[in-house]
Design a protein around this ligand. Structure first.
Ligand code: ASP
Ligand code: MG
Length: 422
């Protein structure tokens, strides 16, 4: 008997029929002798519907008074789905109780719409488990020190589930979703993409930050920090499949020192089109330039990702970096109007039609020549590399957006990701 946390996404909770299915699956686990805590998302579309209603009443504003109400509003989606699941479990003959974040309580800071969990008091939940009840805890929400309802950011139910699992030292946290695991890359781009049986949480972190939307990135950070064994699996298997088989399905997000690790040098190809490139041309090559450019960008609260500076020719250099596409126009404007005049640079140019493609794998730490293999593969496809950045377990290139799919397919093949590792 173990303490297990299940998390069900919005699609899995999308209709009374699906909620009934979730209830039957959870009841199966409880009847197998496990202590069950379940964290559901709102029914699919519900969070958007609620936030849409707010927009109909007033244009979005950037102040706490407004954000506070958005959180109070959005949190009702999870409250409803949690109560519905408890009702469905009771109908299956399984004692069950649901708690909103503030009832547990799940304490967070006061950063409305993107709050961070600070502490979870599990006294109440443990008492229910001991009394034989399945406990449903709302995802996505908590309560701050003053009793205000907060939410954790879109997709935040993943983080709720992992945080509950960490606080209660659960044996495993199972994230049931509409995909059956983590893939070597997006199967819509590469049909030969393969489901990974295991992936290290560091690789998962890189893939999540590159837009593999399977898990909210913060949940992966949490799992890494507190060493929560995390599994992503499908909620569309029949609810009554063999529990032993089910417990082994999907993808286990594990730790590097874990013996279950699959041994591939590159585990996956990640990509995103969410960035844009900005270049400041003809900058005088002298101390303080990077600070003058990127300091102004940081002051405007714009996040910078890949950065390159060329060698100087006649005392001048070019300086390029990428930002989120959503910040592109604003950053260009800022540089042109406020930074360029004082800098003595020639001009600022931008390109939003780029994408970033990365190879990710912890095996890169101990193998040389992986990046060069990537560059060779891209050169054989005639793809020009505009920028490169590397970390211990990732090499990323910025290329023209129109080559994205070609690059992903070619790299997937070059690193044998369509082949089951031996
Ligand atoms: N319902 C919230 C959202 O749509 C949280 C979640 O589903 O994880 O973002
Ligand atoms: Mg989600």
């Amino acid at each position: 008997m173990a303490l297990i946390v299940h998390k069900y996404g919005g699609t899995s909770m999308g209709s009374p029929e699906r909620i009934r299915n979730v209830a039957k699956r959870v009841a199966k686990w409880a009847r197998a002798g496990h202590h069950m805590v379940v964290v559901p998302s709102a029914m699919s579309g519900e969070t958007n519907r609620l936030l849409g209603l707010a927009k109909e009443l007033a244009p979005a504003r950037a102040d706490d008074a407004y954000w506070r109400e958005l959180d109070a509003l959005a949190a009702t989606g999870e409250q409803a789905s949690s109560a519905l699941l408890a009702i469905a479990l009771q109908a299956e003959g399984m004692a069950s109780v649901s708690y909103a974040g503030w009832q547990v309580p799940i304490r967070t800071d006061s950063a409305y719409t993107k709050a961070r969990i600070e502490a979870i008091d599990d006294t109440r939940v443990r008492a229910d488990l001991a009394a034989g009840r399945v406990v449903i805890v709302t995802g996505f929400q908590g309560v701050d020190a003053l009793g205000n309802i907060t939410t954790l950011g879109r997709g935040g139910s993943d983080t709720s589930a992992v945080a509950v699992a960490a606080a209660m030292k659960a044996a495993e946290c199972l994230i049931y979703t509409d995909v059956d695991g983590v893939y070597t890359t997006d199967p819509r781009v590469v049909p030969e993409a393969r489901r990974l049986h295991t992936v290290s949480f560091e690789e998962m972190l890189e893939m999540a930050s590159m837009g593999s939307k399977v898990l909210q990135i913060r949940s992966v950070e949490f799992a890494g920090k507190y060493r929560v064994p995390l599994r992503v699996l499908s909620s569309f298997t029949p609810w009554d499949i063999d529990i032993v088989e089910e417990a082994k399905s999907g993808t286990l997000i594990t730790f590097e020192d874990d013996e279950h690790m699959e041994q591939a040098i590159v585990s996956g190809i990640a990509f995103n089109r969410d960035e844009a490139k900005i270049s400041v041309l003809g900058v005088p090559d002298k101390p303080g330039i990077a600070y003058q450019i990127l300091g102004a960008v940081a002051d405007a609260n714009v996040e910078v990702d890949v950065i390159i500076q060329n060698i100087s020719k006649e005392g001048k250099t070019d300086f390029s970096f990428t930002v989120n596409r959503g910040d592109f126009t604003r950053t260009l404007e800022l540089l042109r109007t406020r930074v360029l005049p004082g800098l003595g640079a020639q001009e600022v140019v931008g390109d939003a039609k780029i994408c970033k493609v990365s190879i990710v794998g912890i095996g890169m730490r101990s193998h040389v020549g992986i990046a060069s293999k990537m560059f060779r593969c891209l050169s054989e496809e005639g793809i020009n590399i505009q920028m490169i950045s590397t970390s211990e377990i990732k090499t990323s290139v910025v290329i023209d957006e129109k080559y994205m799919e070609l690059a992903v397919r070619a790299l997937h093949k070059a690193f044998d990701l369509d082949q089951t590792p031996v």
